[in-house]
Each structure stands twice: as C-alpha cells, then as structure tokens.
Write a protein that binds this ligand. Structure first.
Ligand SMILES: Nc1ncnc2c1ncn2[C@@H]1O[C@H](COP(=O)(O)OP(=O)(O)OP(=O)(O)O)[C@@H](O)[C@H]1O
Length: 231
C-alpha cells in the first residue's frame, strides 16, 4: 500500500499542498481529480520521489520514501505530465537504458518487446524519440513507467495526446494492470475516471476534499463540482 500522510509542500511563498492524506493499494485504480493547479502533479512528484515534501510522510509498503528512497522507488513506475525521453536515443535504446537504470533482473530483450507491445510502440522501436508524434511520445512514456512491472504505477494525465482508439487501448491496459498493481491515475476527463477507477481522490487548493469508492451510483461530475466549493 502507498500511504500519503499529511503531506504539505511550499514552493517559496506558494503553499501548493496543505496536509494531503490518502492511500491506495494493489488491485485498485485510484482516480486523482481536481481543477488546474489543485496540486495533483505535485503530489505525484512527491510520491514518486522526484521532489521532497516540506512535511508529512509517504510510505510504500511500509518503506519511508524520504528515509529509504532507492528501495521505495524500486516499487514505483511513474509517467510524469511530460514523459522524460532522451531525445538522441531510439525508442529501443531508450528502453534498454531505462531497463539498466532500473536494474531489472529480467530477460532484457524479451521484456522490452513485451512492454513495447503492451504500450503500442512496437512499430517505432527504431525511431529517435525526438521524432515521435505526441501520441507515440506519450506511449513511450507509458512503456518507461511500466518497464519491470513495478508494484505501483503513477500516471499523470496518461491519455494526453492520444487519439480515441489509443485512449481506449490504454484504459484497457490500465484495467488489466490493476489486477496485480496499484495504479494512481490523474485525468481531467471524468468519463475516463468513471470507466476504469475503483476509487477516487479529489483535491482542491492543495487540500484533500473527497475520498470515495467509484460505484455505479457515483456521480463523479457532481463530486467534482461539489469539491470545488466556492471556487
Ligand atoms: N516548481 C514550482 N515552483 C513554484 N510553484 C509551483 C511549482 N510546481 C507547482 N507549483 C504550483 O503549485 C500549485 C499546484 O500545481 P500542480 O502542477 O501540482 O497542479 P495540478 O493539479 O497538477 O494542475 P494541472 O491540472 O493544471 O496539471 C500551482 O499553484 C502551481 O503553480
């Protein structure tokens, strides 16, 4: 389980997060919603160990990410809002490099092929990442996140730039992965959240304003509007 407990984050005078708490576990997809600037990417950057929180605690299966970042981060795959691609590499070279950085103990070529196929990038493996279309760039970023099949997968607006068929394929992949993995997914498209998420966390102005299960009777749009308060 990933537990986020009372995390706050200040960027200079900007208080981006104010005591955010929630948790998610393997076998679930948690939709992370909130208006622009609510603090979603900041939370995801902190959970993934990209930036430190000002206060509060993040644990990954009991491992404190601030005290033991290498072990905690080994359990996490992260697709940030802008996929971190090394632009002089081909897609294949890039995935090989990430495979080595992650120190994976799997059959390299076999695993890369499998992840490429799941992410829908098999046909562009020889292309330089700098020359990819935005949809392929996003999918290469998804391959980066799921390489090694980490226990927890954090996806910041993963359907950005994808055409409707790619979106559908990605949502199906997320659903499939969620059988064994814990997934945190941010999106502004509430119908996507409704379609794949088991749980929902909403933040606004850096604060957790709602946490709940996504059932047939859940009206996410209403939840979102109510969570905005007087904004
Ligand atoms: N590096 C930074 N320096 C200063 N302020 C920052 C920094 N990163 C984020 N912020 C501020 O923190 C707040 C939360 O931003 P964040 O990007 O986490 O929101 P978000 O919910 O992901 O927004 P969006 O939906 O538009 O992507 C915003 O006010 C933003 O301007």
């Amino acid at each position: 389980m990933i537990c986020v407990e009372n995390i706050s984050k200040n960027f200079g005078k900007v208080k981006a997060l104010d005591n955010v708490s929630f948790s998610f576990e393997k076998g679930s997809v948690t939709g992370f919603i909130g208006p622009n600037g609510a603090g979603k990417s900041t939370v995801m950057n902190i959970i993934s160990g990209f930036i430190p929180q000002t206060s509060g605690t993040v644990t990954v299966d009991g491992i404190n990410i601030s005290e033991n970042p290498i072990d905690a981060k080994r359990k996490i795959g992260y697709l940030p809002e802008k996929p971190p691609l090394y632009t002089s590499f081909t897609v294949y070279e890039y995935l090989k490099c990430i495979f080595d950085i992650k120190g994976l103990k799997l059959k390299k070529d076999e695993h890369i092929k499998e992840v490429a196929s799941l992410s829908g990038i098999s046909e562009v493996m020889g292309r330089r990442t700098a020359n990819l279309s935005s949809g392929y760039r996003q999918r290469a970023g998804i391959a980066y996140a799921i390489l090694g099949y980490p226990d927890y997968i954090i996806l910041d607006e993963p359907t950005n730039g994808l055409d409707p068929r790619q979106k559908r394929d990605l949502l199906m992949l997320i659903r499939k992965l969620s059988k064994k993995h814990g997934i945190l997914l941010s999106s502004h498209i509430l119908s996507e959240i409704e379609a794949v998420c088991t749980d929902i966390v909403m933040i606004n102005n850096g604060k957790t304003v709602d946490i709940g299960k996504n059932s047939h009777s859940t009206d996410i749009e209403k939840m979102f509007m109510e969570g905005l308060g007087d904004n």
